[in-house]
Design a protein around this ligand. Sequence first.
Ligand code: NAI
Length: 358
Amino acid sequence: MTTVTFIEGDGIGPEVGAATRRVVDALGVDIDWEECQAGAGAVEAHGNPLPPQVLESIRRNKVALKGPVTTPVGTGFRSVNVALRQELDLFASVRPCKLLPAVPSRFPSLDLVVVRENTEDLYEGIEFEMGSKEIVKLRGHLKYIYGYALARDAGVSVKPISVTATKEIVRFAFDYAKTNRRRKVTLGHKANIMKFSDGLWLDTGLQITESYRDVGFEAVQVDELAMRLASQPDDLDVIVLPNLYGDIISDLCAGLIGGLGFAPGMNFGREHAVFEPTHGSAPDIAGKGLANPIAMILSAELMLRHLNRAGAAERLMRALRRSLEEGRVKTADMRPEGKPSTTEEVADSLIAAIEGDQ
Ligand code: NAI
């Protein structure tokens, strides 16, 4: 029996989480769920959006399946997600974007993977608020060191990119490409403008390529990358990016495969792995049965593979593909004609398909 930490999260989290658990349980895998609360619900219950027992549970179990968590406004926490990634050193975010049958898309087929550095860059949280005493000091230092005059009405976020973190994520992307028999790694950057952050990212990435000559490689400016994704995405394969660009480009890729409801994700550290959909808590549709649980179900499928339950993962994918192909699953975000499948009906269809496959 393997114990997995389960965080249902906020908004649509409980709905997509319950559907996912029903589907995984229908596979008959020996997984025991250890339920933990994080996010807005945890603030009410524990006065803390990320109670220490959540981190203890993930540290103990090494693997978690997590729903989306709302970032509470006006507390000391910037984001539970950022805190989780930093606490557990989940340095790599991996978001496979593969088009499923019957899902509307501008492209006939798509199979990309976005690998995003998860711990530094503009998301590290080094920020200076406009008008604060800290920014007054910063302005003074910048003036003293560089003669640079920072505008008095500016706020500042700092973009640290280190050699150590860059080496780790670029190696991770190449290892992922090799293990998963992918043909090419594309490294996105804006080194022409940000010479000391993105420039360092590019130079360090280029050094790493020396050890992976058997995998294709190209370095592309991130603006050109966005254009290529919109026009010829099948030319791309594994894309490795610093944190902010990775966040934006992975949502763009989700849009190419039918939207956030179809985009799974996983976060890896040296010891821990947290599987979660790319989407947020979608408060606009929470409680209406409209949420597409497929992104979370696909995240669970990736988790099953990580836990060496490849047979169960394949049965799950067969059930999902067949249910979509045969039109038994038509989620609201697929904009079907007629009544869409509710969140629960998606789970019901998949469970019926899994049972019919035994
Ligand atoms: P969001 O991803 O929750 O929603 C964006 C749009 O996509 C909405 O129109 C929503 O209805 C739709 N959508 C999202 N997931 C869907 C699904 N499974 N099925 C059908 N439609 C879906 O992004 P938003 O609105 O910017 O953020 C809402 C909250 O979620 C915020 O508090 C944000 O901080 C949090 N968030 C949490 C994440 C996480 O826990 N990993 C990731 C992103 C946002």
